[in-house]
Write a protein that binds this ligand. Structure first.
Ligand code: MN
Length: 249
């Protein structure tokens, strides 16, 4: 197995190091391409108005890597087109520090890195640890060591990836889950700078607007690992026929 590993917390983050060790323990050939600093919540942005600078990393026999001064999607694009000697069998992103549940996937650099692999036709998985601040990645790593070989025995349909969230502590099991919905409220702190001008700092509290049965939000809250299949086609097929009338109006 040849694996491309990315993240959005930066190449030196504890979470990507934990996942790299899992992949090495599985005796897989690991290529890391990750941002040179934290780039969380940059979504699927790519860098087209300036060049990208790269630094090479080597960790022992099984892993090599490149840090990139760009976005998570840049890292995966560059690696697929320039760094890897052969196409990978898997593109995996994480382990992110913090959840990527429900609507979070639209903002997430972690999920976008996997999504970039998906767009290019590769099997892709994103993994996040639903913890803020101090994180212990060991239970998530132990789970992935068992889960990844199993999951990869299944063939995912074209343009489908897995988004995985691991709860804090030792998981009670796995739940296959649809995305819930959440939004952030009271987002902006308005303050005044030393020159008397207003500035705004985005923060906010999360409000779950759908954490009902079957959602990833419910699974993680109940102490289970959530595994959600995501599709790259955002078309609303239910509305296609209903909107067709507009063609003739
Ligand atoms: Mn992150």
């Amino acid at each position: 197995m040849r694996v491309l590993l990315a993240n959005d917390d930066g190449i030196e983050a504890a979470g990507i190091t934990a996942l790299r060790q899992v992949l090495e323990d599985l005796d897989w050939e690991v290529y890391v391409s990750a941002p040179d600093r934290e780039r969380s919540a940059v979504g699927h942005g790519i860098t087209v108005h300036r060049p990208l600078r790269v630094r090479k990393y080597v960790w022992g026999e099984k892993s090599r890597g490149w840090s990139v001064d760009g976005t998570p999607a840049d890292c995966v694009k560059l690696a697929l087109e320039n760094f890897l000697p052969q196409p990978p069998d898997l593109v995996i992103s994480g382990i992110n520090l913090g959840p990527n549940l429900g609507t979070d996937v639209l903002y997430s650099g972690t999920v976008s890195a996997a999504f970039e692999g998906l767009i290019n036709g590769f099997t892709a998985i994103a993994v996040s640890l639903a913890v803020y601040g101090e994180a212990d990645y060991r239970p998530a790593a132990a789970f992935l060591r068992d889960f990844l070989p199993q999951a990869l025995r299944m063939t995912l349909p074209p343009c489908t990836m897995l988004n995985i969230n691991v709860p804090p502590g030792v998981p009670r099991g796995i739940r296959i889950a649809r995305l819930g919905r959440r939004r952030y409220v009271n987002v902006f702190h308005r303050r005044t700078d030393p020159r008397g001008r207003a500035y705004y700092w985005m923060a906010g509290e999360v409000e779950d607007t759908d954490n009902g049965p079957g959602t990833d939000l419910a699974a993680v809250k109940d102490g289970f690992v959530s595994v959600s299949p995501l599709h790259c086609d955002l078309t609303d097929y239910n509305l296609l026929d209903a909107l067709r009338d507009l063609e003739n109006s």
